[in-house]
Design a protein around this ligand. Structure first.
Ligand SMILES: Cc1cc2nc3c(=O)[nH]c(=O)nc-3n(C[C@H](O)[C@H](O)[C@H](O)COP(=O)(O)OP(=O)(O)OC[C@H]3O[C@@H](n4cnc5c(N)ncnc54)[C@H](O)[C@@H]3O)c2cc1C
Length: 324
């Protein structure tokens, strides 16, 4: 690990001040719990001139109903998210996903905003500085070559956040604040499929909250495959939200993580109005294969991760369909 680089630390108490500070310094970075960012900085991945600690911005720490949705502030810790009564009562899959992140000490500090905006990962990137230098750096940081897809002009580092896919299948929106005001976008639009620039946030924008619509008869669940159950990123993760209307699928959302440079929704249109059975499972499996782009970005190979993703999806669907 490197020493921390030199930086100025700011601790704004309002969102206005936070976005003003961000707009003032090109390389400034927000910090929530720091459990992703500070580890990367100690590895020499980035040299921001300014860190903007968001933990004193009171507005970011609230969970409340507003405009018919449950707004969860980006500064809410994953530990608080997982034990909040409204989350447990109406969105238990969100609590499950939050509890699946890292270990208890991480979750006590880690925030929802930091989880959603965490950096992408790759075996050629999450390495010490001397290792990366010895390897000629990489396209994501300081280099000009992607070691995963050698002839590529884009970085294939993978997004491994656990909470985003569950929020996406539940129809969550991201609430973004900037000096120009507040805007809301579908959470899926916060991301793009590019390992080096996977967030669509503007340079002066902060993720302020996530707005969750009422569950409206949908039941959701999340599953992840990982090396160490106690503390590890998903090698592949799947979230499913299903509304069963009698004998047919009324509404279905499936999202994946740990497979691509962004958490992605799977096309499920062909399954609406059909019963869940082996034929429907084959249709969903094909859709998963079309979207997931598993490459050599983790120590565990793509083949295993692909099979785990398919197996977890089938199991989640069976469970939700049978009302368990
Ligand atoms: C050993 C270990 C295991 C881990 N396992 C997992 C895992 O299983 N699953 C998982 O999902 N993650 C895992 N992580 C990553 C990390 O701990 C979590 O994703 C955590 O939720 C990050 O939240 P944070 O508040 O600490 O983020 P920070 O480190 O504070 O920030 C992360 C990034 O988000 C940006 N950011 C923070 N808040 C905002 C905001 N409000 N608006 C805009 N940008 C913002 C920061 O600038 C930074 O780029 C692990 C980390 C470690 C060290």
């Amino acid at each position: 690990m490197n020493l921390m680089p030199e930086f100025r630390c700011h601790r704004p108490t309002t969102l206005e001040e936070a976005v003003r500070l961000k707009a003032a310094a090109a390389s400034a970075r927000f910090v929530g719990g720091g459990t992703d960012l500070l580890v990367n900085l100690r590895r020499g991945l980035g040299e921001p001139t300014d860190l903007i600690d968001l933990t004193a911005v009171a507005d970011l720490a609230a969970i409340r109903y507003q405009d018919g949705a449950l707004w969860v502030g980006a500064g809410v810790t994953l530990a608080d998210l997982a034990r909040h009564p409204e989350i447990l009562a109406s969105y238990p899959a969100v609590a499950d996903a939050a509890l699946a992140v890292a270990g208890p000490t991480h979750r006590a500090a880690a925030t929802l905003g930091g989880n959603l905006c965490q950096d992408t990962r790759c075996i050629f990137y999450n390495q010490s500085e001397w290792w990366r230098e010895g390897n000629g750096w990489c396209l994501k940081y300081l280099g000009d070559k992607c070691h995963v897809v050698v002839k590529s002009d884009r970085c294939y580092a993978t997004y491994h956040g656990d909470v985003a896919p569950v929020l996406m299948v539940l129809g969550a929106e991201a609430v973004l604040a900037s000096p120009r005001g507040v805007r809301r976008i579908a959470l899926a639009e916060l991301y793009r499929e590019s390992g080096a620039e996977h967030l669509t946030l503007g340079p002066d924008e902060v993720l302020a909250a996530v707005a969750l619509p009422p569950p409206a008869g949908r039941r959701a669940a999340y599953a992840k495959a990982r090396v160490r159950d106690a503390v590890d990123f998903p090698l592949a993760g799947v979230a499913v939200a299903l509304r069963r209307d009698g004998d047919v699928i009324g509404e279905l959302g499936v999202a994946i993580t740990g497979t691509n440079s962004a958490p992605l929704m799977i096309d499920t249109d062909a399954l609406i109005g059909r019963a869940w059975n082996d034929e429907a499972a084959a249709v969903l499996a094909l859709s998963l294969r079309k979207t997931a782009n598993l490459l050599r970005t983790t120590i565990t190979g793509p083949k295993y991760r692909r099979r785990a993703m398919q197996g977890m999806t089938r199991r989640l669907m069976d469970t939700l369909w049978n009302g368990r």
